[in-house]
Design a protein around this ligand. Structure first.
Ligand code: HEM
Length: 367
């Protein structure tokens, strides 16, 4: 069973890590106004996550007292680490005068701007803390979130959660998985080292403790599955600018052929529609801009009308929240995909760098 390291000198695990098969994502509201309570929680979470990622419990399952309550809830006892990573993020309110931490704010931290096509629900948005638990076994990921949420009681309360059941982004060296629209997702994801340095890790004039961190943007994007399934595949291809089976750009070639956004067909129109998803999002058409996508498919079962309630738990990492906004401002106003999706939840979190051995996450925030 794969095991990832919690402690390190660079970024937290679960960002560059090749996406595992499952994800449980949860956000929290901090209910205390004391920075010291937040500090204690982050220190305790760090110690616990380090144990969980090794496939261990976070305390006794059966306390050796007859009337004792378990510290660890036990459902991952016989399961291996399963590649578990738990990535911790800090929301915008953490860096305000409320906690006396305004002077330590990451340089570019702020709420995301309202963007075209936003259909946000308050109960699916925001949060002061985020946990992204990914593993190749869903029970391992769920156990981690459950026990960390339990540990937070009294300091932070659960806010919203999404359970991702299949990765919908490829990392380097992985075969490209498919999203719930049936298309390969992650073909042209950010995968190369120089791009991580340029677009993902924070290297700016902000506080020292933030260097090597990154900004996590999360969007719960609902798909209108029945409408999509009633659409001709030829039109679905036009929406993405790629073909369904191979994932090749409509300008020709195979999955990894670079799209030619200028190529025209016999009728004189672009082979890849200028309002297709890839034409609008491609770095060639956005001044070279790239983001790291690390998304998962999700389902909440059926909605009140008996329709499939499912979509994409979109998670991106970038060293400036404006990178996401630039792309989504374009997609939200022109993307052909908008007919079939709604952004219903949103959050932004600063993800501090990894804790060094013997230390805890975001320690420098309290120094
Ligand atoms: C590419 C699906 C939302 C940014 C793609 C591709 C698919 C896809 C199938 C082509 C394969 C690939 O290169 O990965 C979806 C679906 C979405 C969604 C189903 C919503 C439900 C978003 C959002 C953003 C985004 C919200 C950013 C704001 C990108 C980028 C590319 C891409 C940057 C690469 C384009 C290129 O360089 O060719 N997406 N996407 N996507 N998507 Fe999305």
């Amino acid at each position: 069973s794969v095991e990832h390291a919690f402690y390190g000198d660079a970024e937290q695990s679960g960002i560059r890590t090749a996406p595992q098969r499952y994800c449980v994502y949860m956000t929290f509201d901090v209910s205390s106004t004391l920075a010291s309570d937040l500090q204690v929680l982050l220190a305790r979470w760090s110690g616990a996550i380090a144990q969980l990622m090794k496939g261990r419990t976070i305390g006794q399952v059966e306390p050796n007292r007859v009337d004792g309550i378990g510290v660890d809830t036990g459902e991952a006892l016989d399961l291996a680490p399963a590649g578990l990573t738990v990535t911790v993020g800090l929301g915008p309110r953490i860096f305000t005068d409320e906690f006396g931490l305004a002077a330590k704010k990451p340089a570019l931290m702020r709420e995301l701007k309202a963007l075209p096509s936003d259909a946000m629900k308050a109960e699916l948005s925001g949060g002061d803390l985020s946990l992204q638990a990914c593993a190749d076994d869903p029970q391992v990921a769920y156990h981690a979130i459950r026990d960390l949420a339990r540990m937070a009681k009294g300091t932070a309360a659960t806010r919203w959660t999404v359970m991702g059941f299949g990765r919908a982004s490829a990392g380097k060296g992985q075969a490209t998985p498919r999203n719930l629209m049936g298309y390969k997702d992650g073909t042209r994801n950010l995968k190369e080292e120089p791009d991580f340095e340029k677009f993902v890790w924070v290297k700016d004039s902000g506080p020292a403790w933030t260097q090597g961190g990154t900004y996590q943007v999360v969007r719960k994007i609902q798909m209108n599955i029945e409408n999509w399934d009633a659409d001709r595949v030829s039109d679905q291809n036009t929406v993405f600018g790629r073909d369904k089976r191979e994932g090749a750009p409509l300008s020709g070639g195979h999955e990894f052929t670079t799209p030619d956004f200028h190529a025209k067909g016999a009728d004189g129109t672009e082979k890849i529609s200028p309002t297709s998803h890839i034409a609008l999002a491609a770095h060639e058409n956005n001044g070279g801009l790239k983001i790291l996508r690390r998304s998962y498919n999700y389902t909440d079962g059926l909605n009140q009308y008996g329709l499939l309630d499912a979509g994409l738990l979109f998670i991106s990492y970038q060293n400036d929240p404006a990178s996401f906004e630039t792309l989504q401002a374009k997609l939200g106003s022109s993307d052909r995909l908008n007919e079939y999706i709604s952004h219903i939840g949103s959050g932004i979190f600063f993800v501090p760098p990894a804790a060094k051995q013997g230390h805890y996450l975001a320690e420098g925030l309290f120094a």
